[in-house]
Write a protein that binds this ligand. Structure first.
Ligand code: ATP
Length: 243
């Protein structure tokens, strides 16, 4: 039992929730390690959304709202941390939601799809084929889903698939607390923020953004600048904390 007045209450509850879901097979054990890496970077940005990440989230909304065929790719960690937030984002963006896993078994796919459906997500499922040029199981997707998408939102991605999606001509939006990751550097746009904070911001922006703002944000999109701002923010905090 985690006491409510514990200074790290939220973080401890999240860890417990992920661990429970790892025991039931929804989150992979390796997913727990990824979460730990994310937590470390979250410390460095002060566990809150920066101004720069807020602008990146609005730009993500612009990309989703102007997409012909947007798809949100969901893995085990994202489903467990933010299923309802995915449902809301799907509603306001009209994106398809598709499960895509590195540690893929049909049982895990089904478990994650059920969790998402129970949270109100309309999951695009069915027969997945090995369509992406990757040597691991992230290659599996649906022909009418991610394979045909022009914009793909990939919370908690790995760099390989991100690179492949970009090489296929898709616009890739990553949510990654690590501004140094291959994913962050390869994506069209990276929101350096926690997935649970970034998703509602994108949804909020999808509901309010105008066509003109979409055009402006897309025309001025500069991912290296977003990453520099995140790194500067982290470096400043680190230097300050050690003073
Ligand atoms: P890359 O291949 O892009 O260099 P990696 O192999 O380091 O990435 P993974 O182990 O696939 O990355 O982990 C995914 C990434 O997700 C990590 O960079 C981690 O910082 C980030 N991450 C973990 N939890 C969260 C979270 N809750 N919100 C946002 N990002 C997160």
């Amino acid at each position: 039992m985690i006491p409510k007045n514990h200074p790290r209450y939220k973080s401890l509850v999240t860890r417990e929730h992920l661990a429970e879901n790892a025991r039931s097979g929804i989150v992979s054990w390796e997913g727990l390690i990824s979460h730990g890496r994310g937590e470390a970077f979250d410390y460095l940005i002060g566990e809150k959304t920066s101004e720069s990440a807020r602008r990146a989230a609005r730009t993500a909304a612009a990309l989703l709202r102007t997409a012909r065929h947007p798809v949100i790719s969901v893995n085990g960690n994202t489903a467990v941390l933010a299923a309802q937030k995915i449902a809301l984002l799907q509603k306001v963006s009209g994106a398809l939601v598709e499960v895509n896993l590195f540690h893929r078994t049909s049982e895990r796919v089904q478990q994650i799809e059920t969790l998402l459906r129970n949270a109100g997500v309309d999951v695009f499922s069915g027969n997945a084929e090995r369509l992406l040029p990757l040597s691991h199981d992230r290659a599996f997707c649906r022909r009418e889903g991610m394979y045909a998408a022009d914009v793909v939102l990939v919370p908690l991605e790995d760099g390989d698939r991100c690179g492949v999606l970009v090489a296929m001509g898709k616009k890739v939006i990553a949510i990654d607390l690590n501004p140094l990751s291959r994913t962050a550097k390869t994506a069209t746009l990276t929101i350096v923020d926690d997935v649970t904070r970034a998703l509602p911001l994108i949804a909020e922006a999808c509901a309010s953004i105008t066509g003109e703002e979409c055009r402006d944000l897309i025309a001025t999109l500069d991912n290296p600048a977003f990453l520099r701002e995140a790194r500067d923010e982290m470096a400043a905090r680190l230097c300050h904390a050690l003073d």
